[in-house]
Write a protein that binds this ligand. Sequence first.
Ligand code: ADP
Ligand code: MG
Length: 322
Amino acid sequence: DILSNKIAAGEVVERPASVVKELVENSLDAGSTSIEVAIEKGGLAGIRVSDNGHGMASDDALLSLERYATSKLTTDADLFSIRTLGFRGEALPSMASVSRFELVSRERGAVSGVRVLVEGGRILDVAEAGAAPGTVVSVKRLFFNVPARRKFLKTESTEMGHIADTLLSVSLGFPDVQFRLLHNGRVLRHLPGGGSFIRAVDVLGKEVESRLFPVEQAGAGIRVRGWVASPDISRSSTQRIYLYVNGRYVRDRSVYKALFEGYKGRMMTGRYPVAVLFLEVDPARVDVNVHPTKHEVRFSDGRSVWAAVRDGVASALSMEDR
Ligand code: ADP
Ligand code: MG
């Protein structure tokens, strides 16, 4: 019902950047190769995510707005082998309960698309619509019916900063997908697909290009790949560290610690690690279902993860000494 969706919205949708994250993850789960994120006024006025993914049939589009309706889990066993980014079926109903929400989708091969309009959790209209294959979700007037939340939002430029950070971090995990970020009609970022090195340079900055060393480490049940650079100026100790577990962006303290161990003897005051690390772990041996925003993970074999990260980082950085 509308009230429980509104409560869930508080957990899943904290600010415009969380809406962007959930929508972009849905687009990626739908196999999109090109995703555009168009923001109005820091997301306070509008957020629109368009993709060229597999789209939804009319009945699936309606179903997607029901809480816990996810197309991504079919058996209990799936919960332990999560490969897709979404799996809770909470994001769309949550955001639709606290905004003016519009979904337009067309399945590949379908003759027409569908348009669903929801306001504050109430479905106002469902109609056939002409549309390109793929999905466009538009979220306007976020938190219009939750004044306490609305008040908590920061300035347009702060919210826009969070949105850009979120999009960049998600984009690193999908380096062959093209992303465009627009703000008030102006293109802020264009990230062409082109592989993990190009994406890492686009996100970390051109100045690290010549100092990025590849990480390639295999351990028991784990593989670590990515890029590291010697310590550089950062806003905080972890601001320029991007960690992914099976393609999912995480902020995991134990992995950060292992990474810092790999930097041992190289740290300088005011400078911090610059790294993009992709951990590939057997999905059955990692639990991503710790928190709705899914930033933390639990490994069943923390020790081998720790060793692989530390050793992979240390040996990549040692290339600089040669
Ligand atoms: P979850 O991602 O956890 O399954 P969501 O509420 O984010 O839950 O989405 C609900 C469902 O709607 C998804 O499982 C998927 O079937 C469908 N869906 C959402 N966004 C898209 C999209 N961009 N393209 C295709 N299907 C989508
Ligand atoms: Mg989702």
